[in-house]
Design a binder for this molecule. Structure first.
Ligand code: 13P
Ligand code: SF4
Length: 367
């Protein structure tokens, strides 16, 4: 490959281009790259980006696609950092994964650091033979090091589409689950499985023993990390009540990262892919209020003018980090590739990769 520094195009030159120029140049770059590049797009991406995606989907679908499409030397991942890491872990070793903007992180993923999880495991280890009693289960919205932790400790990853199957897998093996970093996905899944409330505790990583007494931890069967998605916490029970009163025939559909007070009042709950499929396949004339990220809901509205589709909150609930990936960054990363320069490669260190893959493959075997 030619020298990176010499040839790297500057992102600032792209930020002054018009939407049409960016569109045309992205199409041309894709054409020039042909079978060299696969563009994956998460359901939350902006329209100006998703229009160029070869394949789109939720976290689970994109993880599977990254594992299956092993003929493409380059995967440009239009999503957030943890998704690109997952693609790097599951793809062939000589495939290169690119995240068009490295600032596209996930605030929930940042709520659990490996040092905090190590500390939690050590404290649990003071109370019980932790590797025999507790299965660690990590939501894919997490750093690769946490997935590796789970792989190494007999644990597993999950997504919003398979959390129930994952919890069943965990409880079939050990008495307790440590579920992180999303308290709400864990709680909503356990609620749907009929788990008694007094067997669930919350672990606050900033307090000794997560803020619990040893007794409470010993009795618990599910230990939920105190983490959340700030986008999905914006949906409130009052929003559900408003739509039910105003549109009595409405169906409420939400993502499982929402608070249980919202999920318990919804008609349906599921991943972004589940939400899209359910609303898309519903008969014309049906009426929906959707509790997940705004880009996805606006796209659903535009694609289904025969249905009444509302956003469940009066506030703008947009994933600011997903939003970092725009037409300019996509075009910039592709045109760099055309001239042989890789920008923003996501490369998980070998040690983490090996164990994270173990945890991800346990999950993939379930779905
Ligand atoms: P999905 O797995 O439903 O795509 O959700 C990912 C995500 O980050 C939701 O906030
Ligand atoms: Fe993370 Fe929430 Fe954005 Fe999903 S919507 S990527 S959980 S911050």
């Amino acid at each position: 490959m030619r020298s990176l520094k010499m040839l790297e195009l500057s992102i600032s030159d792209y930020q002054t281009l018009t939407p049409q120029e960016l569109y045309d140049r992205t199409v041309a770059a894709k054409q020039a790259l042909g079978e060299q590049v696969l563009i994956l797009g998460h359901n939350y991406q902006r329209d100006e980006v998703i229009v160029h995606a070869d394949l789109r989907g939720d976290s689970l679908k994109l993880a599977k696609l990254a594992a299956e499409r092993d003929a493409f030397p380059y995967i440009v991942f239009c999503g957030v950092h943890f998704m690109a890491e997952t693609a790097d872990i599951l793809s062939r070793s000589n495939q290169v994964v690119i995240l068009p903007d490295l600032a596209a992180g996930c605030s929930m993923a940042d709520m659990a650091a490996i040092e905090q999880v190590d500390q939690c495991w050590e404290e649990l280890g003071q109370l019980m033979p932790v590797d025999e009693v507790v299965t660690p289960a990590v939501y894919v919205n997490s750093a690769a090091s946490l997935k590796a932790f789970c792989g190494e400790h007999g644990g597993i990853t999950c997504t919003s589409s398979n959390a129930r199957a994952v919890m069943e897998w965990c409880w079939a093996r050990r008495e307790k689950i440590l579920f992180f970093p999303d308290e709400h996905l864990g709680r909503n899944t356990a609620n749907a499985m009929g788990m008694p409330r007094d067997q669930i505790v919350v672990w606050d990583p900033f307090l000794p023993y997560g803020g619990n007494t040893p007794d409470v931890i010993n009795r618990a069967r599910l230990i939920l990390w105190k983490g959340h998605c700030s986008v999905h916490q914006m949906f409130q029970p009052a929003h559900v009540a408003y739509f039910r009163k105003t549109y009595p025939q409405i169906r409420i559909i939400v993502h499982p990262e929402c608070h249980e007070d919202v999920v318990n009042q919804a008609d349906l709950v599921g991943s972004t892919e589940f939400i899209i499929n359910t609303v898309s396949r519903a008969p014309a004339g049906t009426c929906w209020a959707v509790g997940t990220e705004l880009n996805l809901v606006n796209r659903l509205k535009n694609e289904h003018p025969d249905k009444q589709i509302f956003f469940l909150s009066p506030m703008v609930c947009r994933c600011a980090t997903m939003f970092r990936i725009d037409a300019a960054h996509l075009c910039w990363s592709l045109e760099n590739l055309v001239q042989g320069t890789v920008v923003n490669q996501i490369s998980v260190p070998a040690d983490d990769k090996q164990w994270a893959r173990v945890a991800l493959e346990r999950m993939m075997a379930l779905s």
